[in-house]
Design a protein. Sequence first.
Length: 261
Amino acid sequence: MPSAGQDLPHGIPDADNARRPCLHLWAREAFTGLELLHAHASRRRLAQLPTGDGHPVLVLPGFLAGATSTSFLRNFLKSQNYWAYDWGQGRNLGVREGLRGRLDRRLDEIHAKHGEKISVIGWSAGGIYAREIARSHPDLIRSVITMGTPMRGNPKATSAWLPYSLLNRGRHAVDPTSEIHASRAEPLPVPTTCIYSKNDGIVAWELCTSLPAPTTENVEVTCTHLGFGHDVATLRIVADRLAQPADDWEPFRTSSPRGMP
């Protein structure tokens, strides 16, 4: 695996030497309210995006966020003919003892109810969990979409590093080792779309890109970190990726894929 930015594949940014987003980008996160207003004003346009085949989609929130933060995204998914589920773990407070088992049971419950593979969407730190349950249960996962997820590189290149470190100390926390960080950076065995933004004021965008694999892609948008769940361009990508037929993956095309407006 490439280390410290050495021998990276062409086009893959150096995440090991990435730096925390600058103050200017952090301040721009305040504009996420405008992104939400734009999404509400674009409901007719969003309604024209590809609809799905009714398969289940599990949505995982970011650090310190809960079900409320993903409600717009889940409502959008429901309007596009998907069964959309919250992760069912309340507020995301970081890696906790027993969390992995609870997520496994959540996955089993959804699969037992529908009898088909599940797509998983993870926002920010939620994408780390999304990737790991897909890595452990590829037979249950149809696809994974991450949005602003720090999956590799310098873990301190995020504005959330200090609160995350303070909150994830003590007997309830699980301290990721260097081996765990390395394994998280490995591409998944299922179709994966990693959405990132160079306007991200929370997580360095380089961290949100994956190393290459046959069915893995990195797709750029221009929203804030807090706007991923309701950014129109991001929702366009999500709709296109989920609407793909099972076992018929193709890379995302920026120019009107699948007849989108």
